[in-house]
Design a protein around this ligand. Sequence first.
Ligand code: ZN
Length: 287
Amino acid sequence: MTAKEWLEKAKNEKWAIGAFNVGNLETLKAIVQAAANKKSPIIIESSSGETEWMGADNIVSLARNFSQDFGIPILVNLDHAENLEECEIGILAGYDLIHFDGSKLPLDLNLAILKQVVEKAHAKGLTVEGEMDHIQGSSEVHEGSAEEEASKGKFTNPEAAKKFVENSGIDIFASFFGNVHGVFSGRDENLDIDILDQIVAQIPLTYLSLHGGSGIPDDQVQQAIQRGVVKVNVNTEIRQAFKDSLEKVLAEHPEEYAMYKIEKPLLEAVQKIVEHKIEVFGSSGKV
Ligand SMILES: [Zn+2]
C-alpha cells in the first residue's frame, strides 16, 4: 500500500500512523521491533540533521530491508526539509513522503517552493506535507512551560489553511494548535481542539499531521485523532529514552566494551515508548 492509501485507511477508521524519527541504526531497529510486536504500520522519518548523519539512501535501504525481515509496512518520511535541494535528495532516494517546511519563509516563497516539491513528488506518486505556521519548540528536553512556548507562535488560521492547501496542492497539512516540539518540564502542553475542528471543516479532504507528539497527554492526542489527525510525529521521547538508558548502562557496566551488548537496554527503552504510542494512536493490529 502507498503512503496515501495508508493515510486514507487511517482517516476512515479514525486512527493515526506514528511517524518516528531515526538518528541511528539502533533507534530504527527498536522502532521496527515495536511495530512488529504491535502489528502496526509505521512511518520512520529523518530531519535534515538525521538525514545528513545517516544518509538518505541508507535510511531507505534499511527501511526496505527491515520491512521485509519483520513483515510490516514501513513508510519513509523526510521530516522538516527546509529547501528544494533536500526535498530532491529525498525524492531521488525513494522516500515515500516529503515534508517541506517553509514556515519560516514569507508565505509567497513557501508556496513557490512547495508547488515545485508537489510537482516533482507527485510525478513519482509520493505524498507531500506542507507547513504554513511555524510549529514552536525543538526536539529536545526543555525547562519551562509548553503553553508559553506555544504562545510564541501563531496558531493556524483555518481559512488561511484552506487557501494554503488549495494553492499548493499538498496532501498533508501540518497544523499548529498548541502542539510544540519537545518535552517541557512544565508538563502543560494543551491542544486547542476547537481550532482543530475548524481546520478539519475547512480542509476535509486533506490529511492532518500533529507534530510534537512527545509530551502531549495521551487523551488529548486521542481526541485529536478522533477529530481527524492521521499522522503523529514523535521524536523527543525516543531521544530521551535512548540517552537516559545509555547513561545508566554505561554507569552500571564500565567493564563492557561490546557496543551491541551495551545497547540492548537502550533498544528496549525506545521500543517501550514506541509500543505505547502505537497503542495511543490506535494503529495496533492494523497490519
Ligand atoms: Zn515536526
